[in-house]
Design a protein around this ligand. Structure first.
Ligand code: URA
Length: 283
C-alpha cells in the first residue's frame, strides 16, 4: 500500500476510534467496515464524477438502511425567531456564485477587512445537496482563501468522508468571509454586513440540507438567542430547507467526547440525503 494511503488510513482509523468505533473487519466487497454497530461502512464505488450531480445520489438502500433512515427521520421543529436579518435581502435574478463573488469584490464594508489577507468566499460544488456553514475563517483560511483548511478543517474533512462523501460533493462556507482578529466571534455588525452574501450563496446552491457548525452559524441563520444545546441534532426548518445544527469541529478538537454526538447528527443528515447508513451491530 502506498505510504500516503497508509497515512490516510491511519488518520481515518484514529477518527473512528474517537467516535468510539474500535473493531474492524475486512469486507472484501466494500473495503474496511467497522464492526461495532455505530459505525460506518465506506461506499464500495466512488462517485460517478458527473459535474451535474453533487452527491452520489441515493444508493440502492438495503432494507436495514431504509429502516434506519425511517427511524432517524424527525419532524422539523421551528425555532422562534426575532426580526429577520434576511428579510431585506432581495432576490437577485439569475444569481450565480460568480456574481456573488463579484459583488463582494475587494470588500471594505465592515472593519474585518482591515486585517484580513484573503476573503474566504466558500468552496465546493455549486450544486451541492449539502451545505456546511461555519463561523468565520481562522489564520490558515485567511492565508489560503479557503474555508476549513486548518486543524478544525481537517476534522471536518474526515467527518465528510465518514459520511461517504468528499469535500467536492458538498459546499462549505462561513457566516463571515474575513477572519475576525484573534479568532474572536464575529460581531453583530459584521454578521449583518456579510450574511446577505451567505443567504445568496445558499439560494443559488439550493441544498436539501444545511448543517450549521457551531453556535455562531446556527444562531445567525435561525436568528435565535437560544443556546445550541437546546436544538442541536434536531431537524429545523429554515426558509423551506432542512437545517441541522451540530457542534463546531474546533469544539470537537477541545472536547473529543462530543464526537459521538456529532456523528449521530451526521447520520440523520445521511438518512435524509439517502446516503448509505452504517450497519447496525448484528447480535
Ligand atoms: N472555523 C470556521 O468556522 N470556519 C473556517 O473556515 C475555519 C475554522
Amino acid at each position: 500500500m502506498p505510504e500516503s494511503w497508509q497515512e490516510k488510513l491511519e488518520e481515518r482509523l484514529r477518527y473512528y476510534e474517537d467516535l468510539g468505533i474500535r473493531l474492524f473487519y475486512l469486507n472484501r466487497r466494500v473495503g474496511i467496515t467497522a464492526k461495532s454497530g455505530e459505525t460506518t461502512e465506506r461506499p464500495a464505488e466512488p462517485t460517478d464524477g458527473s459535474p451535474e450531480i453533487a452527491l452520489p445520489g441515493p444508493r440502492a438502500e438495503t432494507s436495514e438502511a431504509a429502516a434506519n433512515a425511517q427511524a432517524l427521520r424527525v419532524e422539523p421543529v421551528i425555532v422562534p425567531s426575532g426580526p429577520s436579518l434576511f428579510e431585506s435581502v432581495e432576490k437577485v435574478q439569475g444569481d450565480t456564485l460568480l456574481k456573488i463573488r463579484d459583488d463582494i469584490g475587494d470588500c471594505t464594508r465592515c472593519k474585518l477587512h482591515k486585517r484580513r489577507h484573503k476573503i474566504v468566499f466558500g468552496d465546493g460544488s455549486a450544486k451541492a445537496q449539502l451545505v456546511f456553514v461555519g463561523e468565520g475563517p481562522g489564520a490558515d483560511e485567511d492565508a489560503q482563501g479557503l474555508p476549513f483548511v486548518g486543524r478544525a478543517g481537517k476534522l471536518l474533512t474526515q467527518m465528510i468522508e465518514a459520511m461517504g462523501l468528499q469535500r467536492k460533493d458538498v459546499y462549505i462556507c462561513n457566516v463571515v468571509k474575513c477572519r475576525p482578529p484573534e479568532n474572536r466571534a464575529p460581531e453583530p455588525d459584521e454578521v449583518a454586513t456579510c450574511s446577505p452574501y451567505l443567504l445568496r450563496q445558499i439560494d443559488v446552491i439550493q441544498p436539501r440540507v444545511i448543517v450549521c457548525l457551531g453556535a455562531v452559524a446556527a444562531k445567525t441563520l435561525l436568528e435565535t438567542n437560544r443556546g445550541i444545546t437546546q436544538f442541536r441534532g434536531q431537524w429545523l426548518e429554515w426558509r423551506g430547507r432542512k437545517l441541522m445544527a451540530t457542534y463546531h469541529p474546533a469544539y470537537l478538537l477541545r472536547n473529543p467526547n462530543a464526537k459521538g454526538e456529532v456523528w449521530k447528527d451526521l447520520q440523520k443528515v445521511m438518512a435524509e440525503l439517502g446516503l448509505e447508513l452504517p450497519r447496525k451491530k448484528s447480535s
